[in-house]
Design a protein around this ligand. Sequence first.
Ligand SMILES: [Zn+2]
Length: 305
Amino acid sequence: MRLQRRLASLAITGLLLSTLPISAASAASTPDYPGQASMQVGVENQAVKKMQQALIELGYSISVANGKYGPQTTEAVRRFYADNDDSDDGTSLGPIGWREIFAALADQRAAEAAEKEFQDAPEVPIDPNEPVDPNAQAPQTTVANGGVPEKQRGKQPARGASSRSLPYVMPVTGQISAVYNQKGRRWSSRRHTGIDIRAPRGTKIKAVVEGEVIFAARKPAYGRVVVLQHADGTTSWYAHMSKIIAKKGRYLTPGDEIGLVGSSGRSSGSHLHFEVKSSSDKSMNPVTWLQDRAWKVTPVESATN
Ligand SMILES: [Zn+2]
């Protein structure tokens, strides 16, 4: 309990957040659906070409947008459906699939614009006494008995730090692209309510603290999100996923799969937004929360001379 109180006292408080990350870019408009007869294998028209261009921009493998609905386009549509939790053979595209493709394109463009804005924005330190250096790596630390080194208690991982160099396990391996309470124009509150871990779309996200799945569906802004309820009343939120794997009502233990990394909802690129809320629904510093509760990395043996 003493440790818990100490960690809590080190958490960055003062500015509690209730708003969500928001993208600065405006959404691209969805063209009108041309009708099922125009969107099936064997046809050739401008609407197919438009869809092919969108799928190519989204990273699906179509060599050229030629307007012909052939085998490559069929496979790309099938994969798009699969990535969005739907199974379909891809031989035709209905109005919902059409909308989903252009919504995904709008999401991606917004994410890219937000990412650019983020990169162009001046660096803002989290705490005047602990400036965040975006090029700094978190110190490589030997952790005995799964404990948190004194020096790192209550500290945010530096941006660019990977979970491999942290004393606790993160829900996904990747770079921290935004820390808790970070200032930025891309958040409506100008402050970030969680931590962002950048990882390729489709990367598996794992539970790091045991808890019951109390929500596993879409929410505005969060996109596909899984919420775990923990014994102490706190909740952890895993957001912007491309696919939800965890089922509502299940009890997860560390290492269980939550879902796949994506960019659903209002998102700044393919990443996991990991957020923690107190029992009174206030956002907390996920780093101090993780340090106290998360599955720890295997202790590293010190090198001997
Ligand atoms: Zn975020």
